[in-house]
Design a protein around this ligand. Structure first.
Ligand code: ADP
Length: 542
């Protein structure tokens, strides 16, 4: 017997319709590429998203067509998102820091008909467009006054495209399983893989991440996603913020510590999210300039392992709750966020931190399984580790244009991460499979070593890679950058680590480097480090 409830598909357009109807006055504030701060409301955004849908229709865009974006977080990007998905087309956000060849590959693979670019990325698309025969036009996201000369054959000015379009668009109603947006993985191995999100998955993910024990979003919050809209749809935050009517603050191109602090301070931001590299920059600026963020309550630190020292500093020095989060492009992306269970709140500080340093617990909607080397499910005892497998309504079931990927098997998606889950349900990433170091047949977790190294006062950032060793196959090499005004001493750092980890885990050598290679989403590029040090001979072997 079927229930007798209305069958209303879950559609992205309903988010902005809801916000305009119920949170009309709530603001979306953007730092623009042109310079000034732009502010308007959900009511305004909805009108312009409808103009965008009309403009796209005028360009001949049909449901299912792909529209690319190469843009920072800002109000025009937000309008393109909702205009595109709302009309039934697919918004394909692209990481501007990709190599131009890779960018051309993605535009061709996705068969984008048009691409929207911020002024910053005009030179990039001018270089790339000639290699994308199917691309019909480029929309430069600016007004007439700032529209530059361009070599592009078919370039439009964003504001001119919108100008004169009707502010009313009848958002179509269609199957909620229709594709709404497309993101590619960073493709550290081989070509990037496309993850095609559906309207249904996007809405369910928004409900889930808005919950109190996840990101805790509501109309009481002022939300600043530092994580870019091209990095897994800013972790879904612009959708979930719209669902709840939160005020949104978009940082545009300026993601350095000083600019972020100034915007957060001026707008009274209460919640933010980004990768550890970003928070290093912000905390560095605040520490050196004696700044505080008194309105900030919560920050999500994710995308790569949050150093325990960072979680502690945020809590103890600044009174900001740092919630460790874990996810993947393939998971829309949120898979786990860390908050304490009620019975843990009175625990001694160190015990609480032991829990909070883990990657967190899954929301309703994500199931986890740890698969051992023998293919069996491992116990959730906090010790047994294996590949983390996941499933749920916002986990991808196949890659776009590559339906037979080996990652999907028996209804589970293999994350490529090695993890444990404890009896309370807290998942901890041991390492990415490909980053683990195999020494004498035993595994060493690079993430753990990095975390300990970053708690040394002289160390800012740390990365551990395996280098060849004739006896042990691989041994860990620790690379560090110096904390401001400090000079890490190799012996001192190694002694510090020796007090914290098993003897055979202690790295064989420490190198102090000026900076790490950072990938398009702000993560340390281990692949590049491994290449750089591929022929490295440890001093003891010279
Ligand atoms: P990529 O990093 O490959 O470009 P994603 O942004 O989808 O693509 O990253 C997903 C991967 O990032 C995860 O599989 C995991 O290895 C890593 N990751 C994400 N969050 C965390 C975290 N909190 N701790 C450790 N690793 C993380």
């Amino acid at each position: 017997m079927l229930g007798l409830m209305m069958e209303m598909p879950l559609l992205v357009s309903s988010l902005i319709r809801h916000a305009a109807a119920n949170h009309a006055e709530a603001e979306i504030v953007s730092r623009t590429v042109e310079g000034p701060i732009h502010r308007y409301t959900y009511a305004d955004a909805h009108l312009r998203a409808q103009q965008m849908a009309n403009a796209l229709t005028g360009l001949g865009i049909k449901p299912g067509d792909r529209i690319g974006t190469i843009a920072w977080n800002g109000y025009r990007h937000y309008e393109v998102w909702f205009g595109t998905s709302g009309m039934g087309a697919v918004c394909h956000t692209m990481n501007p820091r990709l190599h131009p060849d890779q960018m051309a590959y993605l535009l061709n693979h996705a068969e984008d008909r048009y691409v929207f670019v911020d002024l910053t990325f005009l030179p990039l698309i001018e270089q790339v467009a000639p290699h994308v025969p199917g691309l019909e036009g480029v929309v430069v996201m600016t007004d007439r006054a700032h529209m530059p000369d361009t070599t592009l054959a078919n370039a439009f000015c964003y504001e001119e495209l919108l100008d004169g379009q009707s502010e009313s668009f009848d958002w179509p109603v269609f199957d909620e399983n229709t594709a709404s947006s497309l993101c590619y993985t960073s493709g550290t191995t081989g070509h990037p893989k496309g993850v095609l999100y559906s309207h249904r998955a996007t809405i369910l993910h928004s409900y889930a991440i808005a919950m109190p024990s996840m990101l805790c979003l509501s109309d009481a919050e002022t939300v600043l996603p530092v994580v870019p809209m091209f990095h897994v749809n800013a972790w879904g935050i612009p959708y979930a913020a719209t669902m709840t009517g939160a005020k949104q603050v978009m940082p545009g191109p300026r993601l350095d510590g000083e600019s972020l602090w100034a915007l957060m301070d001026a707008e009274g931001v209460t919640f933010s999210a980004g990768v550890p590299t970003i928070w290093h920059g912000l905390l560095g600026y605040m520490g050196e300039n004696n700044k505080r963020l008194d309105t900030m309550q919560r920050m999500i630190v994710g995308g790569s392992a949050a150093p325990r020292s960072m979680i502690e500093l945020l809590a103890n020095e600044y009174g900001i709750e740092a919630r460790h989060g874990w996810g993947m492009t393939e998971m829309s992306p949120v898979g786990a966020v860390n908050t304490l269970k009620p019975h843990m709140r009175d625990w001694p500080a160190d015990d609480r931190m032991n829990v909070l340093a883990k990657q967190g617990r899954p929301p309703f909607g994500v199931e986890m399984m740890i698969e051992g080397d023998d293919g069996t499910a491992q116990p959730h005892d906090g010790t047994a580790h294996g590949e983390l497998k996941v499933r749920g309504p916002w986990v991808c079931r196949a890659y776009f244009g590559d339906e037979d990927s080996g990652a999907h098997r028996d209804g589970w998606f293999g994350t490529g991460d090695v993890a444990t889950v404890d009896a309370d349900g807290y998942m901890q990433i041991v390492d990415r499979k490909k980053d683990m170091i195999k020494s004498g047949g035993e595994w060493i977790s690079s993430i753990d070593l990095e975390d300990f190294a970053m708690s040394h006062p002289d160390v800012a950032q740390a990365a551990v890679i395996g280098v060849a060793h004739p006896k042990w196959d691989e041994r860990p090499l620790l690379l560090v950058t110096a904390a401001a005004g400090r000079t890490p001493d190799r012996e001192d750092v190694l002694e510090f680590l020796a007090a914290k980890v098993a003897k055979w885990w202690v790295p064989d050598h420490v190198l102090v480097v000026d900076a790490f290679p950072i990938g398009g989403t702000g993560k340390v590029l281990k692949t590049e480090l491994r290449e750089t040090y591929s022929g490295y001979t440890l001093p003891e072997l010279r």
